[in-house]
Design a protein around this ligand. Sequence first.
Ligand code: NAP
Length: 303
Amino acid sequence: MNNRYDVIVIGGGPAGLTAALYARRAGKSVLVVEKNAFGGQIAWSPKVENYPALPSVSGLELSDKLTEQVLSHGAELELDEAVSIKKEADGFLVETAFGGTFFSRALIAAAGAAPKKLGIEKEEQFIGAGVSFCAVCDGEFYRNKTVAVNGGGNTALQEALYLSDLCQKVYLIHRRTEFRGDYALVEALKKRENVAFVLGATIQGLLGENKLTGVRVNAGGDETDIALDGLFVAIGHTPETRLFAQLMALDEGGYADADESCLTQTAGLFVAGDCRRKTLRQLTTAMADGASAAIAACHYLDA
Ligand code: NAP
């Protein structure tokens, strides 16, 4: 593999892959570095129903098609974690966990965001032993069992719907009484007989010795234990911007403080997708960013 590119994209989710597609179609050499799975978070979405022109598609199918499309246009994909990014006089040096060293004149930060943790005792210990951050990945382990989903955004609502098809009982635990996620998803959940809403409630503790057996929730000062086989934590995401912190301004939430132009304070560095400050984090807005960042990178390279 060549190790010099016109553009390196960090992150192979919808934003990063779209950026790669646009940059390749503009004739630039492109490497995408992704640490987990090409397709990003959307690959774990059971069903996407708000992607224009495709009324219902699985997230995995969508991300597979996007990855194939990007490969067919000649982008190179590297499954490895970028661990260091250095600004050089004429570009960027990217070092990876497996010892790779890559150079590009333009860099697109599209590393997305990682699931947030509750930050309570035993959470780390119970990952894989009752605590999960992905219903599509782990839901099957809880077939016909009792689970809870924690959160009130679209991820939590979608996961609760998905799990209600598999599990005997699903508790949806949310800290407020209103939901941040889509009205249509809330209405669909209300129609499910095996879904119970536990609202205005926060999880105080995880029960069990070697594996999760339940949660202790506090609702308005009253503490209750709910017996569970599994807990799916879906309380939002933390932006993956740590590597770029010296090269771009971040807002108070750690998101890249850049507008739709996707420009950063560093010449040649662009930002796209969920790791950028924005009001709506969706597949469509991530892809829009990918296109904008790639075209901005091409203008930079051609100037
Ligand atoms: P989100 O929209 O940020 O929602 C996070 C939820 O977790 C909120 O309800 C929040 O409560 C709650 N929460 C946050 N911290 C908490 C804590 N420490 N303890 C308890 N609850 C906590 O995150 P998301 O659902 O992962 O969605 C992220 C973005 O992706 C959103 O823009 C969403 O629309 C989008 N998305 C889209 C699709 C789709 O297009 N099909 C699917 C999934 C996600 P509060 O409401 O009280 O703040």
